[in-house]
Design a protein around this ligand. Sequence first.
Ligand code: SAH
Length: 264
Amino acid sequence: MSQRYGQNFLIDHNIANNIIKAASLKKQDEVLEIGPGRGILTKIIQPQVKYLTTVEIDNALFLELTNYTTPNNIKNIKIINTDFLKYSVPTTKLKIISNLPYNIGTAIIQKILPLKNWTCAIFMLQKEVAKRLIARPQTKSYGYISIFASYYAECKILFNVSSKCFNPQPKVVSSVVKLTNKNQEQPESLFLELVKHSFSMRRKTILNCLASFKYLKLEKKHALQIINACNLNPLFRPDNLSFLDFLRLTNEAKKTYNLASDKA
Ligand code: SAH
């Protein structure tokens, strides 16, 4: 099987059922499944919901699944053979379920979370990635993706899954996470850029991070004023700041930046 597509098929039916249970599926739900593979989750989801859309990149697996649904006359499913990262997600209300392809798990999360129409998402990920999603400030796992995720969603780890539950077995332990959409407005791109920039130099002080942020080109004294106005210690490192701290910094920086450019 192709390692290229991060294919580790779940073979434990108990785990599969527990993943699906976490989505509390209802008859009227529409569900999107990313990477159905051999269909272990697909076959549990489909009979429980109004409509299931699955997106599978691998043509052989796409055909395998179609060869199951067509002769069985299953009508409430659409199987799409494409790369999810290139797929335009329907705008109807959706629950999302996926044993995520490990190599592109975070890219998929970054594509889904900003969408308006998902309500909850159950993902299986590497345990390390799950830890980064739910990480709090002052921890090693805390970083851009933690802030990105907590901006858009409530994130909870439900349970871990041993590598023995897959074929072929991955090298790492997996975790199942539940994300619930907070229905936030889109953040300023400046906010996410500042967080990304700061964590790319996570050992530096936030004063250095802010002063070297290329989108604002602040003088160091202005960066210091902004940090002081937010009641933050300029010697803090990025991982001392919560996502609200970063939001406040962005807003304060924008004010200063506008003033400075008004004068120019
Ligand atoms: N859900 C199945 C398969 C998990 S393995 C199970 O639990 O057993 C991950 C699946 O995602 C594989 O079927 C792989 O082919 C598919 N996949 C990998 N990258 C993808 C992408 N970019 N878009 C859609 N599917 C992808």
